[in-house]
Design a protein around this ligand. Structure first.
Ligand code: SF4
Length: 353
């Protein structure tokens, strides 16, 4: 990349950088590594406009790694609720516990990438934005820009060589004392100018260097990949004891394998009415005094496009005292607080008052 275009990129960024809660007013000042880590992890698969409030709330409650490391997984999930991809929150907590003693995140890519949830992109962001090292990043925004700049008709996921080609372009741009600006400017450029649809080439600092733009072929890059999405139709059970407690299970479920959730299983649409057989894994059919379909909801988890029916099952007996960690009975009026994922909250919202 010609230095003149990198200079234009920096100037463009100085003029156009949006005010964001994780960004300092002085764009040349090194940022707090913890804040970079949290914001960049939140921003994976999530829009900037959504992340803003989540980030502010998070930093108020968990202002540094030590405080975060002492939090429970349930509480961390609550502050993550709505951002989806809960494994990100779980990994953040795991990493906080690992690095809490040293009080800061490591300063090498090798060490960072051994930590749960920190991949090549996040490591590059922490090292460049916080520690001002000449380290590259590569995310969807940069892939789109490079694909158009150099008319690359392949994706980094196509092969090892393809991935290397994209990283080589990213490293070339980061090989500068200003890597922190170049990286952040490219992310911003991808988000606001070199957008997926209708890139604003007129206002792009790379106009004149960009092959796709010069050939009027921006819509062809990056090439599209087949979208793999899986439909999943299931049933969620809201099992309520005579003393108004709801059954929560940990493990053995299709989704949310590492947190308490409502029991759920795959069941085709229009399955026979009554108590579905999988429910008997949790309750004795003799205790059932009512099975009522209370509605359905839609939800997306990773590649799964979910549609779930919700069954409210009422029992004649009181809930036993909570013992085993895999099964808990939660007071109905505290259930909204207890379940830390929107999937369960959507099911519970269908319960009549
Ligand atoms: S000139 Fe257009 S297509 Fe090329 S990088 Fe800029 S916005 Fe993207």
């Amino acid at each position: 990349m010609d230095n003149a275009f990198l200079k234009r990129l920096r100037e463009w960024f100085k003029k156009n950088a949006a005010e964001l809660p994780w960004r300092l007013a002085d764009l040349d000042a090194p940022r707090d590594a913890y804040a970079v880590w949290i914001s960049e992890t939140m921003l994976q698969q999530t829009q900037v406009s959504t992340v803003r409030d989540y980030f502010v709330r998070w930093m108020k409650r968990f202002p540094d790694i030590q405080i975060l490391a002492e939090a429970s997984e349930e509480e961390v999930f609550k502050y993550w609720q709505g951002l989806g991809y809960y494994s990100r929150a779980r990994n953040i907590l795991k990493t906080a516990k690992i690095v809490a003693e040293s009080k800061e995140l490591p300063r090498t890519r090798k060490e960072l990438e051994t930590l749960p949830g920190i991949g090549a992109y996040t490591a590059g962001a922490i090292l460049s934005l916080a520690y001002h090292q000449r380290e590259a990043i590569l995310d969807g925004n940069l892939v789109r820009i490079f694909s158009r700049l150099y008319a690359l008709d392949f994706l980094p996921t196509d092969s090892k060589e393809a991935l290397k080609t994209y990283w080589d372009y990213a490293r070339e741009i980061a090989d500068s004392p200003k890597a922190y600006v170049h990286n952040e400017a490219l992310m911003e450029l991808g988000r606001t100018v070199c957008k997926i649809k209708n890139p604003d080439c007129e206002n792009c600092p790379f106009q004149g260097a960009c092959k796709a733009c010069a050939e009027n072929r921006t819509a062809e890059f990056p090439p599209s990949k087949k979208h793999i999405q899986k439909d999943w139709h299931g049933t969620v059970l809201v099992i309520e004891s005579a003393d108004h407690k709801i059954l929560a299970v940990h493990g053995g479920q299709k989704f949310f394998k590492n947190q308490f959730t409502l029991p759920h299983f795959e069941l085709p649409r229009n399955a026979t009415a009554g108590l579905p057989a999988p429910a008997e894994a949790y309750i004795d059919a003799d205790q059932v005094i009512g099975v009522q379909s209370i509605g359905s909801f839609r939800h997306n988890i990773t590649i799964h496009k979910i549609e779930c029916d919700v069954l409210h099952i009422q029992l004649s007996k009181k809930a036993p005292a909570n013992k085993a960690s895999e099964i808990q009975w939660v007071k109905r009026n505290l259930a909204q607080e207890f379940f830390a994922n929107s999937f369960c909250l959507k099911a519970l919202a269908l319960l009549k008052a």
